[in-house]
Design a protein around this ligand. Sequence first.
Ligand SMILES: O=P(O)(O)OC[C@H]1O[C@@H](O)[C@H](O)[C@@H](O)[C@@H]1O
Length: 356
Amino acid sequence: MAAPAPAGAAGSPSPPPQLPSPFAELVRSPSSLEKVVLRGSRNCCVEVYLYGGQVTSWKNDNGEELLFLSTKAIFKPPKAIRGGIPICFPQVWYPLSVMASLMFRKCLALTEMHLVMQFGTHGNLEQHGFARNRFWTIDNDPPPLPANPAIKAYVDLILRPSEEDLKIWPHSFEFRLRVALGPSGDLSLTSRIRNTNTDGRPFSYTFAYHTYFSVSDISEVRVEGLETMDYLDNLKAKERFTEQGDAIVFESEVDKVYLAAPSKIAIIDHEKKKTFVVTKEGLPDAVVWNPWDKKAKAMQDFGDGEYKNMLCVEPAAVEKPITLKPGEEWKGRLALSAVPSSYCSGQLDPLKVLQG
Ligand SMILES: O=P(O)(O)OC[C@H]1O[C@@H](O)[C@H](O)[C@@H](O)[C@@H]1O
């Protein structure tokens, strides 16, 4: 489905909208898609495309890229950009057939199945929904959002459904996204989704910040914070298992939804002596995904060997869809920071990072 062209695309070009922050600039990328560049202290920088509302770059004060973006990413709507932080809404995979099989194996209560059916019945809702395949616009006058006054580099984007979208998901909504670069180089995404249905109908959706982290070598990476958690394994028909008791390491394809995961998760890149700290609010679950070699080869917009240098840890609301009545608003926040790992005895102290 072709994404609607950006406002003002045809005919006379609309003047570039003014951005509220002097630390934010709207530029046109070589692919001719527009992106906002947020500049922080020293070389800290974030880029977010209006297409998909997608962050594609987050650099630290050494100018080092912290997110993974495939060298084969396609910057041509309606294809989603492979990498950065795609926004999965109003659905995180979970094709209806899978829901039915979960129901059959009594993995889901009838109520949850009913909720999911509300949008599962719209068939052509593509995998991961459509928010990442649409043009967002800059919102210069968003409702006030309590924020740290020290954060100067930010941009507010908004997505509303087009007539086309309403045919595949018949619900009116306003999805506001604030992308902010903090004074110490941390990155935060705050989503506010409001049900603006005028017919009194609630709607339910699942959601994920599909975050691609850049890592030196996936076999040198550990994830702390998900030990002993229950998860649904996408590679085993979403069957439910319990994670073993110590850090997660990677030796093959992984595609798991950790349920009711802690609010902080640490991704330790041993070789780079760096730890990503992922903090989530309003997002109970976390998807962990690495395609490994076979699936990497099968993806046209992903290099065959690129699985070695990426890991997706995706704060999400998947197991229990979020339901909003008309007028209700949901807020989901992702905060990312990158800290040196070897700051004490050369080893990361997971408790310090996760409880700090
Ligand atoms: O190619 P897409 O639609 O971006 O999805 C990539 C991966 O996204 C992950 O979140 C899913 O758990 C995987 O099953 C999926 O393959």
